[in-house]
Design a protein around this ligand. Structure first.
Ligand code: AMP
Length: 282
């Protein structure tokens, strides 16, 4: 039986906890999450377990990355079962701050980026990456972990976090890990819980269209045409797509003709009230 993790609720406790590990010469990994943990999150934990001596997972449904019209209120909050899942993997600490702790009255500093934050998600959720970069920046500065784990599931977010860490000279290595999927290909996501049984069946078309579109592009097809066909297929099965686009995998810039790659195909689409995102290497 593993010891249950220590639950930390303040930045000063987070900082003191990491400092004491570092003073013992131990390495520290952080896994930032919004909770409602699934096997995608737990894969990040398992990889951290292989790489570092001590793990701190963070659970914070970050109000700054939701627009007023979005699902902040509905987002699943399952702290007790999340902590139990982390305990089973031997996680030593869980940081679960309140919004007041992260954003005290009068909080006035945000981190906003250009580069990989431009386009894609930002075209539809303009507030999103400022919210993500600000909270991840505060978590990394609060805990100064040696490494922090992020999923490729949120590919643009991974590149935004890497850019922020490089630009702010933060001493944390950002580790990106492949997307964990259901057997029908759907990427695991806390938001999948919103899907009705019928929507859940339809949702498998999202990775299917990504794979078909990527295959057409790899076979030498015109990327614009392949993406238009993919968008049409998504609409025909009931999605309302925000985008399906081919990008340079390192910069997220639109690929230039003959771009030597690597390339990435990224999609976001609504199914009923649920917005799903996914991406694959081309
Ligand atoms: P979230 O709780 O959705 O903010 O996600 C926390 C972290 O888990 C982020 O780095 C995500 O990219 C990662 N993550 C979410 N879903 C998956 C998945 N299906 N596979 C791998 N990583 C994931």
């Amino acid at each position: 039986m593993n010891h249950p993790p220590i639950v930390l609720r303040t930045i000063s406790d987070l900082r003191a906890n990491t400092a004491s590990w570092h003073s013992e010469g131990l390495t520290v990994g952080m896994i930032p999450t919004m909770g409602a943990l699934h096997d995608g999150h737990l894969a990040l934990v398992a990889e951290a377990r292989r790489r570092v001596d001590r793990i701190v997972a963070t659970i914070f449904v970050n109000p700054a990355q939701f627009a007023p019209t979005e699902d902040f209120g509905a987002y699943p909050r399952t702290e007790a079962s999340d902590v139990a899942k982390l305990a089973a993997l031997g996680v030593e600490a869980v940081f679960v701050p309140t919004a007041q702790e992260m954003y005290p009255v009068g909080h006035a500093t945000t981190i906003s980026l250009a580069g990989p934050a431009l386009g894609l998600e930002t075209d539809f959720r303009p507030h999103f990456f400022t919210g993500v970069a600000t909270v991840v920046g505060k978590l990394l500065i609060g805990g100064f972990p040696d490494i922090a784990m992020f999923g490729e599931k949120d590919y643009q977010q991974l590149l935004v976090v890497r850019q922020m860490v490089a630009d702010l000279h933060l001493p944390t290595e950002i580790v990106g890990l492949p997307t964990v999927r259901e057997t029908d290909g759907l990427a695991l996501s806390s938001r999948n819980a919103y899907l009705s049984p019928e929507e859940r069946r339809t949702a498998a078309s999202l990775p299917e269209v990504l794979n078909e579109t990527a295959a057409a592009i790899r076979a030498g097809g015109n990327a614009g045409e392949a993406c238009r066909a993919g968008l049409a297929k998504l609409k025909s099965v009931g999605f309302r797509p925000d985008y399906l686009e081919l990008r340079n995998a390192l910069t997220l810039a639109a690929p230039t003709p003959g771009d030597a790659g690597p390339l990435r195909l990224l999609v976001a689409a609504w199914l009923g009230k649920t917005r799903l995102i996914d991406n694959i290497a081309v």
